[in-house]
Design a protein around this ligand. Structure first.
Ligand code: FAD
Ligand code: DHB
Length: 391
């Protein structure tokens, strides 16, 4: 097979890149190790930044989003006996949107299917070749067991945190930074109306809790748990009791309404950045180059920002022979990546219990500052609601 851009991974980064490239007149083939149903069903991110929504709308992907997403003006930040609202619209002029990654993925798959996009699902043995030449290629075994090769002008690794692309950069070229955290999140989906109009991020001595949502009838909630926790050891009753305690059920008359839990899983947390995001004819986008802990809701938004930069850069390179944007891609993308890496680390550090009484006092001091000082609140709001793509 031959194409202009071989894209490895059909998650949000890979499918959105294929979509944006097609709009520029650039052909691509997408290769995915999992089935279409598996990729579509993964419960992951839930919050879209204003710039992500703007990009999806301008790419013709905003129709269902505009009908179904909830636009939120801000978030609540709280600790025992205190709850404060940060109004991002007042502070920065930008809002955020509740629209699950599963919905974004569904819209992308529908749009690419309608356009006849070539996507090979359930492949195996993905190997990248000749990345420093003008004819790089990817070999794989297709879903019927036949060996295949896609030869392209460019290969883009959108293969997430476990894919082979990031390791395809030579040892002497790649550099990485990593931090693992001593806690994980236990996440649930529940068939119950959210008990809040906007997200609640709660500091509590027992551990962090977050009340998010997916729709007017489905709630998404998270609890800080120790690493290595088995989700099945947390009964539904224990989960709702811990959420009620940490989210402040009964404080100021607020109530958390429990409901049937339909999904339960544990997510480990880590920060990871690999540079450069381009080597020869290989480009990296999304989780293949960087992972953030989920506290700042940045993972999906960063993946979208990467491909928002990469698509016009590849179009200029492949259609006009102009390499300036492609040459600047890694440096430009990494400015935002490091900003979001810092913000996600900072939110995580401010909100998760460590068991250290000194940390606890610093966290509470920081929370009081960001909820009472306009300067503190604006810093959080600007980062959470998101910087413009290309920042
Ligand atoms: P992915 O969505 O991981 O897509 C990569 C694709 O590449 C996958 O479909 C994978 O199957 C495929 N692939 C891998 N190896 C190969 C191969 N060898 N050959 C071909 N294809 C391959 N972010 C938030 O902002 N908020 C959250 O609440 C949140 N929750 C998360 C929960 C979980 C369990 C995980 C794992 C992530 C979560 N994230 C969250 C992060 C967010 O989902 C990711 O940042 C986002 O999915 C990145 O998109 P991506 O396309 O770069 O990578
Ligand atoms: C969700 C996940 C997050 O990591 C976050 O910070 C906010 C919301 C969610 O899944 O809804």
């Amino acid at each position: 097979m031959r194409t202009q851009v071989a894209i490895i991974g059909a998650g949000p980064a890979g499918m959105l890149l294929a979509h944006l490239l097609a709009a520029e007149g650039v052909e691509s083939i997408v290769l995915e190790i999992r089935s279409q149903a598996y990729v579509a069903g993964r419960i992951r991110a839930g919050i879209l930044e204003q710039s992500t929504v703007d990009l999806l709308r301008s790419a013709g992907l905003g129709e269902r989003l505009d009908r179904e997403a909830f636009e939120h003006r801000g978030i609540y930040l709280q600790w025992p006996d205190e709850r404060h609202h940060l109004d991002f619209v007042e502070l920065t002029g930008r809002s955020v949107f509740v629209y699950g990654q599963t919905q974004v993925q569904k819209d992308l798959v529908a749009a690419r299917e309608a356009a006849g996009q070539e996507v090979h699902y359930e492949i195996s043995d993905t190997v990248l070749h000749d990345l420093e030449s003008d004819e790089p290629s990817v070999t794989f075994t297709d879903s019927s067991g036949v060996a295949q090769r896609v030869t392209a002008s460019v290969v883009v690794g959108c293969d997430g945190s476990f894919g082979p692309s990031r390791a395809a950069l030579p040892d002497g070229v790649r550099r990485s930074w990593e931090k693992t955290y001593p806690h994980s999140w236990l996440g649930i989906l529940a068939d119950v109306a959210p008990s809040t109009d906007e997200l609640i991020y709660a500091w509590h001595p027992d551990g962090f809790a977050l009340h998010s949502m997916r729709s007017s009838t489905v709630s998404r909630l998270y609890l800080q748990v120790p690493n290595g926790t088995d989700a099945q050891t947390w009964s539904d009753d224990r989960i709702w009791e811990s959420l009620a305690t940490r989210l402040g059920h009964g404080e100021g008359g607020w109530k958390l309404t429990p409901g049937p839990i339909t999904e339960k899983s544990v997510l480990p947390m880590r920060s990871f950045v690999q540079t450069p995001m381009r080597h020869g004819r290989l480009f990296l986008a999304g989780d293949s180059a960087h992972i953030v802990p989920p506290t700042g809701a940045k993972g999906l938004n960063l993946a979208v920002a990467d491909v928002g930069l990469l698509a016009p850069a590849l179009a200029a390179l492949l259609l006009g022979g102009d390499s300036r944007l492609a040459d600047a891609y890694s440096e430009t993308a990494l400015r935002r990546v490091w900003r979001c890496t810092h913000f996600s680390w900072w939110m995580t550090t401010m909100l998760h219990a460590t068991g250290d009484p000194f940390d606890e006092q610093l966290q509470l001091s920081q929370l009081r500052w960001v909820t009472s000082s306009e300067a503190g609140a604006t810093g959080l709001a600007e980062n959470y609601a998101g910087l413009p793509i290309g920042f």
